[in-house]
Design a protein around this ligand. Structure first.
Ligand code: BDP
Length: 570
């Protein structure tokens, strides 16, 4: 799935801005034909969650309706036109000029519709968004402790149009998709490129690779819908976390001496593989230092805010992090582009948190997770920064989960053979899916939810558990979450839970344990920043305070300690 581009052959317009919005409190909209346009609206910002934009209805999860009018751009008459949504949480139905365009389920992945035959000069786009929680959604409704809204996961179920909505035009005959897989032989960088095109058999694919004094040009005749081609770069500059070298690859499609289409993308030449108990980037072991994070900010909720993305990267660089996991759903495409540019290593996770495997929902869970895997890999496959796929966070694993995850594992490997796969787990040695996962990720809270206040005992438990897990599987282990709730400005000596001192001490001691185990290949602190959750007695003010930074991105004491540890120790 290619991100829309602007050049001589491709154009897009961004529909971000103020749209009309209406809560559908009694779910009357469909009966009353709001799909053809509705009145009594109020303005809303797109993209952004609706929850914190108004003085009322914060916890109303839908349905709600959006509409916007736009004119067909000049010069788009003989083009294919698509409407593309970066993310809408959770279910969306879309109408263009009163006609149904499509339905999409799942909150954090891009989807698009071919609207070529539907678009007229003056258009009305209407979107119904339903973010209500249900047991058979992924992620699901549920609760272990009482909470409101009732999420089976620990972040606020923000709703709305969360990422940009683009209208884009491409040539009728042109490039549909590009997949680039890179490999390395000594100093040679090899790019295996697959170009999927529409109705251009016999045309020429003209490939240009530029960067670092290299200019490589090669032409291929397109003989099939998916055309394979190879480029080889001598003395290639490889992509890694310290040197995020990116080449620019341009594919021009030429027929009868006329260029029909052109698309450019960044390519990082790198390899990633698991060998024994190590994770190798370009053949060398890497150690991950970083965070779990949330797309979360006051007022905009889970909406795309470019400045917050830049700030988070800048804080991660300041503190010495080299990686993060997209907890607990895929992040925006812009976040991924920047990871390529800035040299961050990303564990890319589908939005499968809180899976229950209950008999009445397991089929739906499997179907939705499979859909998310297809959508995620289609979207993110060309990012050198993506070093691993994560199939779930803390599933409520049971006897049924092994077969469930084996299917997802095989599906993922079938689409992308090049990247390791993990599941992020809380069951430890009892997790049967660890038998086939390439890397084992565990989230641990000894010294917090269990053994509260006892950091020394907690570290002992952590150490023993990691050894047991390694003895059983002989695979690399990442401590993918650890942290403590910490009220900014709350201090105590000796340290005590909820104080800044406790968080700092806990993180430092946990890191000591990780560093003492040769098979541990990474430490991801939970969380980069404080973030919004449902209300409940464990979340003061509906906030999870495990951030090393506050929700408005100010450092707690632990941030300075981490910076020392991460900048000094590599
Ligand atoms: C872990 C979850 C994460 C929570 C965290 C916590 O993976 O989503 O926010 O616990 O309790 O179990 O803070």
């Amino acid at each position: 799935m290619l991100y829309p581009q602007r050049n001589q052959y491709r154009q897009f317009i961004d529909l971000s801005g103020f749209w009309d919005f209406r809560f559908d409190i009694n779910n009357d909209g469909l009966k009353e034909n709001w799909q053809s346009g509705f009145d009594k609206s109020q303005p809303i910002a797109v993209p952004a969650s609706w929850n914190d934009q108004f003085a009322a209805n914060r916890d109303f999860l839908g349905p709600a309706w959006y509409q916007i009018r736009f004119e067909k751009p000049w010069g788009w008459d003989n083009k294919k036109i698509f409407l593309r949504f970066g993310s809408v949480n959770y279910i969306s139905d879309v109408w263009l000029n009163g006609e149904l365009v499509g339905h999409h389920e799942g909150g954090h992945l891009a989807f698009e519709y071919d609207v070529s035959g539907m678009i007229i000069n003056e258009n009305l786009l209407v979107v119904r968004v339903d973010g209500r929680l249900e047991k058979d959604h992924v992620p699901p409704k549920g609760r272990t402790l009482e909470n409101y809204p009732e999420t089976n996961y620990d972040f606020y179920p923000f709703c709305g149009i969360h990422r940009p909505v683009l209208l884009y035009a491409v040539p009728n005959e042109g490039i549909k998709d590009i997949t680039v897989i890179t490999s390395i032989k000594k100093t040679l960088g090899i790019l295996d490129i697959n170009i999927e095109s529409s109705r251009i058999i016999g045309a020429i694919a003209h490939c240009t690779l530029k960067g670092f004094e290299t200019l490589l040009i090669k032409e291929y005749k397109i003989e099939q819908e998916v055309q394979e081609m190879t480029l080889e770069v001598n003395n290639a500059r490889f992509w890694d976390k310290n040197n995020p070298n990116l080449y620019s690859l341009t594919i021009d499609i030429i027929k009868n001496d006329a260029t029909l289409d052109s698309y450019s993308l960044n390519v990082g030449i790198r390899t990633i593989e698991v060998k024994g108990d190590k994770l190798l980037l370009n053949g060398k072991p890497i150690y991950l230092k970083g965070f779990g994070r949330h797309e979360d900010f006051p007022i905009t909720g889970r909406g795309y805010v470019p400045a917050v993305i830049i700030k988070d990267y800048s804080l991660m660089e300041w503190i010495g992090a080299n990686s993060f996991r997209t907890t607990h759903y895929p992040y925006s495409e812009q976040m991924m582009d920047l990871a390529d540019q800035l040299g961050f290593l990303v564990i890319d996770e589908i939005p499968a948190v809180g899976l229950t495997f209950n008999r009445d929902v397991i089929e739906r869970e499997l179907k939705l997770c499979s859909q998310y895997i297809h959508e995620l890999i289609a979207r993110d496959k060309n990012h050198p920064s993506v070093i691993m796929w994560s199939l779930a966070n803390e599933p409520h694993s049971s006897v049924k989960s092994k077969e469930f995850f084996k299917k997802l594992y095989d599906l993922t490997k079938g689409i992308d053979k090049t990247r390791p796969i993990t599941i992020v787990n809380m069951m430890g040695v009892r997790e049967k899916a660890f038998e086939f996962c390439d890397v084992l990720c565990i989230n641990r809270y000894y010294g917090w939810y269990v053994q509260p206040g006892k950091i020394e005992d907690a570290c002992q438990s952590l150490s023993e558990e990691m050894d047991k897990l390694y003895e059983r599987h002989h695979k690399p282990i990442i401590l993918s979450e650890f942290g403590t709730g910490t009220i900014p400005g709350w201090h105590s000596q000796p340290s005590e839970m909820f104080s800044e001192e406790y968080q700092a001490e806990f993180i430092e001691k946990y890191i000591e344990v990780c560093r003492s185990k040769p098979y541990v290949i990474g430490e991801h602190v939970w969380n980069l920043c404080d973030f919004k959750t449902s209300q409940g007695i464990t979340r003061m003010g509906g906030i999870n305070y495990k951030g090393v930074f506050t929700r408005d991105r100010r450092p707690k004491m632990a941030a300075h300690i981490l910076r020392k540890l991460w900048k000094e120790k590599t």
